[in-house]
Structures are given as structure tokens and as C-alpha cells.
Design a protein around this ligand. Structure first.
Ligand code: ATR
Length: 264
């Protein structure tokens, strides 16, 4: 039996087991995929134990993505740039390979929505780990990125780090001028507190579409709800990105990209 898992803390809320089982059935692969509660102190030992006892691969979620990144032996380029790992795979020679499929999951979802044309202007709100995880695939999809962050310095550091891969600039959230963006992506975690970043209504009113990397059960996230009050016609939350990153992780492990549209 193929032994896989998702590690995080908390982990009970994770939808990954259902998503991965769906893909496995679709691809006629037998899969044992468990939720695993990581320990803040012993996470590295727990992972070593998992792989020593037959684990072949796993997903990593908060708060362990950076620690998983550091403990791997080999990394994909997108993982190196993200400095965080959401997918680990044990290679035949025993080494641990780290990937980050979050950005590919987002790009795949934007494609599904029909929102991905080359040279679009995308505004990303936030410059934390969620943003860093998706920048390389977005730039490789030829998107022109403006990073707006409360703390300008963090956005500038990211823009500098990724500048060799495409068009990317940083701006302080408070200095955002009213310009048209094809797409605005919320990559802050404020929605978890029921809050939204403070941006000028005109920026939302003018934009083509909004995407929230977070998702909410059977309702709009606070960011999408706000955008709708300003008349933004096209909106999507991050459930498709979640399924997309899972599909790309499945591909890393099994070499086949599952069909994702049936799940959304
Ligand atoms: P994650 O790893 O989920 O991206 P993070 O690294 O803590 O989380 O980043 C959270 C993002 O939300 C950051 O861009 C943060 O802005 P700062 O860099 O200025 O802290 C942003 N954020 C959090 N609270 C915010 C607030 N009240 N207003 C605006 N942005 C906020």
C-alpha cells in the first residue's frame, strides 16, 4: 500500500485526505493517506520516523512548511524560491525531495477560471509566506506583478528576490494609486480574523476580478464580500487553489496529473 500523509498543527480541518483519495480512485491507485498532527518540538523526528516506517511522501501545511524545506536533501526551483515546502517525496536512493506546488495550484485554478492571459497586471495584497509561495509560477506564466504590503520593506525584499524572473514591483499598501489591475489576489491572512486589508475602493471598483487565496465554507470570504459590494463581477476563493496544489503534489508522487474539475 502506498503510504502518504499530510502534516500540520492543527490538522483535523485538513481536506487533503479526501482530495487525495479522490485522485487516487480516479487514477486507480491504492492510497493510504492520513492526517498527522505535527509536534512543535519534535516535528523533524516525527517526519524521520514516518519515512523510516514506510512513508513515501507527504504534504506539509502550517506551521511546518519552512521546517520541511530545511530538512529536505533536494529541492525544486519553485520550492527553493518559495523557501517553503508543501510536498515531500522519498526518492529511491532514500533522499528527501521537496517541492512547493502552491503556486502551480493557483496558476492551474486561474487557468480553469479562464483568468490567465499573458502580460496581465496582477495586484497581490500581502508579502508573507503565502505570497512567496506563488510568485515564481505566476511570473513564469508571464504575469506582471505589483506587491502591496503594509510593511513596504517586506514587499521590496520579495520583489528584489524575484526580479530576475519577470516583471515585479513593490508598493506600500498605503501608497497604492488608483490604477486598473486585471486581477487582485488577497494573500494576507486577515480573513481568518474576519478582516480585510485597507485599500482604496476605487482600486476594487476598477479591477477585472478578485481572487482570495483563503476560502470559506458556503459563504464569501470577507475580502470577496467587500469586493462584491464594490461591484466586482468576477470573484473566486482559494478552494480551487487547494485542489490544484493537491493535484500537482499527486503528480510529483505518482507522475500523473489527476483530473481536477470534477471536484470543484
Ligand atoms: P502567511 O505566511 O500566511 O503569508 P505572514 O507571513 O504572517 O502569513 O503574512 C501575513 C501577511 O498579511 C503580511 O503581508 C502582513 O503584512 P505585514 O508584512 O505588514 O505584517 C499582512 N497583514 C497582516 N495583518 C495585516 C493588517 N492588519 N493590515 C494589513 N496587512 C496585514
Amino acid at each position: 500500500m502506498n503510504k502518504y500523509a499530510v502534516w500540520g498543527n492543527p490538522i483535523a480541518q485538513s481536506k487533503s485526505p479526501e482530495i487525495q483519495q479522490h485522485f487516487a480512485q480516479q487514477q486507480k491507485i491504492e492510497l493510504d493517506y492520513q492526517r498527522m498532527l505535527g509536534d512543535e518540538v519534535r516535528f523533524e523526528q516525527q517526519l524521520a520516523q514516518f519515512f523510516a516506517s514506510g512513508g513515501q511522501g507527504c504534504n506539509i501545511t502550517a506551521p511546518f512548511k519552512e521546517r520541511a524545506f530545511r530538512l529536505a536533501d533536494l529541492h525544486s526551483e519553485r520550492c527553493l524560491m518559495a523557501e517553503a515546502c508543501n510536498t515531500l517525496k522519498k526518492l529511491p536512493d532514500g533522499r528527501l525531495y521537496a517541492d512547493n506546488t502552491d503556486g502551480a495550484g493557483l496558476v492551474t485554478d486561474l487557468q480553469r477560471l479562464g483568468w490567465l492571459q499573458p502580460q496581465q497586471r496582477i495586484l497581490i495584497l500581502g508579502a508573507g509566506g503565502a505570497t512567496k509561495g506563488v510568485l515564481l509560477p505566476l511570473l513564469q506564466a508571464q504575469q506582471q506583478i505589483t506587491l502591496a504590503n503594509r510593511t513596504l520593506d517586506k514587499a521590496e525584499q520579495l520583489a528584489q528576490k524575484f526580479s530576475g524572473h519577470g516583471v515585479i514591483q513593490a508598493v506600500a499598501l498605503s501608497q497604492l494609486t488608483t490604477q486598473r489591475f486585471d486581477l487582485i489576489i488577497n494573500a494576507t491572512s486577515l480573513g481568518l480574523q474576519g478582516k480585510v486589508v485597507d485599500i482604496a475602493p476605487a482600486i476594487l471598483q476598477k479591477c477585472g476580478a478578485v481572487y482570495d487565496m483563503q476560502y470559506a465554507k458556503a459563504t464569501d470570504t470577507p475580502f470577496l464580500a467587500l469586493a462584491k459590494t464594490y461591484g466586482v463581477a468576477k470573484s473566486a476563493d482559494g478552494i480551487g487553489m487547494l485542489i490544484g496544489q493537491a493535484a500537482h503534489a499527486f503528480e510529483v508522487w505518482f507522475g500523473v496529473m489527476p483530473e481536477i474539475t470534477l471536484l470543484i
